[in-house]
Write a protein that binds this ligand. Structure first.
Ligand code: SAM
Length: 263
């Protein structure tokens, strides 16, 4: 046999045996997603029956809302959970954005334990923080008092809250969602006012658990600028970087947006 033909046959044989060996190897398991440890007082996730009635749907929604309140009260006030999940510093996009701005009125929607609201109050902003988790708000109030800064807090569901009209110079949506808030934000900002939003990109669901099937803080590529532009805001800044999220220590794909209500 010609030497060149022989070499080609050997190379093809080696390639085929490598392929066969690879096919026999078990597929490497997908990396485990980060999930939360058990939370005291939080029962199993409620199951919606097939073909639910309106009453069953309403009860399911109520139970999920109650789970949100219990979960965040615990995560945001328990010292171990805080250390495990939370960046206790104010959100970096917010800090960059307000640098050099004249302080005014600010609404921190889904405020949590107040890291952003207290930062703004320290910078001279008049801040109202709203959240369903009453213990997180009490935590924020105690810290604001200790630091000697004024902070208004309200226990409320942002979906039912009166956001007001031309009321705020700044609205903060930090890991708060924003898919259902665009029209409220447009109406509630003063002309020239800005909204600062940071959350997870949908890609992050490959690495972290989506609790109770709630995708409110996960966004598809370009979903947010399209939504807020359609609501009548000007997109000042929009990025989808890989970075350390404020609510995990992992490197994940994030969404960051600053948008402004026209004058
Ligand atoms: C990931 S934490 C973010 C807290 C805060 N914005 C921050 O960045 O530190 C989400 C917060 O949203 C609150 N939340 C969830 N659903 C809500 C709703 N419908 N209305 C008001 N607050 C809500 C939770 O209680 C929790 O404090």
């Amino acid at each position: 046999m010609h030497t060149m033909t022989f070499r080609l046959l050997v190379a093809a044989g080696l390639f085929m045996s490598a392929l066969a060996a690879r096919a026999q190897q078990p597929a490497s398991p997908a990396p485990a997603k980060r999930s939360l440890p058990p939370i005291p007082g939080l029962g199993p996730e409620p199951v919606l029956p097939a073909n639910p009635t309106a009453a069953q749907l309403a009860e399911h929604k109520r139970l999920l809302a109650e789970r949100t309140r219990i979960r965040w009260n615990y995560i945001l006030t328990d010292s171990l959970m805080r250390a495990r999940t939370l960046n206790e510093k104010p959100n970096a996009l917010l800090v960059e954005t307000v640098q050099g701005l004249e302080p005014g009125t600010a609404l921190d929607a889904d405020m949590g334990e107040g890291r952003n609201a207290i930062y703004l109050a320290q910078m001279g902003w008049q801040v109202t923080g709203v959240d369903v988790a009453e213990k997180a708000l009490a935590y924020a109030q105690a810290r604001a008092k200790k630091l000697g800064v004024p902070l208004t807090t309200e226990v409320a569901d942002m979906a039912k809250y009166d956001w007001g009209t031309n009321k705020w110079d700044l609205i903060v949506l930090s890991y708060a969602g924003g898919r259902d808030y665009a029209a409220h934000v447009k109406k509630a900002l003063k002309p020239g006012g800005i909204v600062v939003l940071e959350a997870f990109h949908m890609d992050a669901t490959e690495k972290i658990q989506v609790v109770d099937g709630d995708y409110r803080v996960f966004f598809k590529t370009d979903e947010l600028p399209k939504l807020y532009q359609a609501a009548g805001l000007k997109i000042v800044r929009y990025e989808e970087p890989i970075g350390t999220a404020d609510f995990t220590k992992q490197q994940l794909r994030l969404v960051k947006m600053v948008a402004q209500k026209p004058q």
